[in-house]
Write a protein that binds this ligand. Structure first.
Ligand SMILES: Nc1ncnc2c1ncn2[C@@H]1O[C@H](COP(=O)(O)OP(=O)(O)OP(=O)(O)O)[C@@H](O)[C@H]1O
Length: 289
């Protein structure tokens, strides 16, 4: 285990909010009783290696990389859901060891409580984080975030009565309603059809314009990353996936998907990302055959 201190590097910029320093994640090989009895061993798997990244406050960062390279692993480490094997993640100078209300997470599979209504799902999150908050204030926040994500009228519906897009609106409202410093989104639109995905991308762009929270988005979509991000983190294939490059996305905001491709840089960045993804994915496929 690499040791680390719980103090920040003095060379960091004032605006740096999140720091990942020499982060590794190794998943241990199988160690079940049956495996041991049969003397079967499987080697440890180094998912991500030597990840170093600094994210400034109020920036929108997307992480892109070939399937299985370790994007979710990285996001789970930032969320505090998975511990790194070594290295450190620091938020505002404090090491992250557990999940916390300073990070709101949006999952691809929504993770809503099926027996609760839309309003109850959101209120439950607020109540958990702020147990001393008055009921009236909690209800007021629920209303605010239901309005923010365009779910007015659906407050009393249960998740099974909602479309995928509506469920993800609840997921976004729930993550934002606890007023986190960072919004973490793991392929939030991955399960949605193309049209709904486009609507929700526009919603995220609109909400981000209003709230300007630091956001980290995992996506397989180059267009989505270019539409939403200030920076795109490009990861290499695993095992031992690393950050290859961080691209700055210079387009002015607010952005409109219809007009982004009028910028010459859009095509250059898109081509660079496409080349990276196809090269890494081809290498993964070649290893499989
Ligand atoms: N709990 C675990 N135990 C063992 N291996 C794991 C575990 N979780 C993830 N892995 C492996 O670590 C690697 C990275 O997985 P991860 O889900 O982070 O990748 P990803 O880039 O998010 O994938 P995708 O793009 O397909 O969603 C994969 O090879 C995966 O099989």
């Amino acid at each position: 285990m690499i040791s680390y201190t719980d103090t920040l590097d003095p060379t960091l910029k004032d605006t740096t909010q999140l720091v990942l320093k020499d982060v590794f994640k190794v998943f241990p090989g199988r160690q079940s009783l049956v495996d041991r009895l049969l003397r079967r061993t499987s080697p440890d798997y180094i998912a991500i290696a030597e990840i170093n990244l600094e994210i400034s406050a109020n920036t929108f960062v997307s992480i892109i990389g070939p399937s299985g390279c370790g994007k979710s692993t990285l996001l789970n480490i930032i969320a505090g859901l998975t511990p790194p094997t070594s290295g450190v993640v620091m938020l505002n100078g404090t090491a992250i060891h557990h999940p916390g209300p300073d990070r709101g997470v949006v999952f691809q599979n929504y993770s809503l409580m099926p027996w609760m209504t839309v309003a109850e799902n959101i209120r439950f999150a607020i109540e958990t984080v702020y147990p001393k908050m008055s009921r009236d204030r909690q209800k007021q926040i629920v209303r605010e975030y239901i309005d923010l994500v365009g779910l007015r009228g659906a407050e009393q519906k249960h998740p099974h009565e909602l479309s995928g897009g509506m469920k993800q609106r609840v997921g976004i409202a729930r993550a934002l309603a606890i007023n986190p410093q960072i919004l973490l989104m793991d392929e939030p639109f991955g399960a949605l059809d193309a049209l709904t995905r486009g609507f929700l991308q526009d919603e995220i762009a609109r909400i981000w314009e209003q709230q300007h929270k630091t956001a980290i988005l995992i996506t397989h979509s180059i267009e989505e990353a270019l539409l939403l991000s200030d920076q795109i983190v490009m990861m290499s294939r695993g095992p031992a996936a690393q950050i290859v490059e961080v691209l700055d996305i210079p387009f002015p905001r607010p952005r409109k998907r219809e007009s982004l491709d009028r910028y010459p840089a859009y095509h250059e960045l898109k081509a660079e990302l496409e080349l990276h993804l196809s090269r890494e994915t081809r290498a993964v496929e070649e290893l499989r055959v």
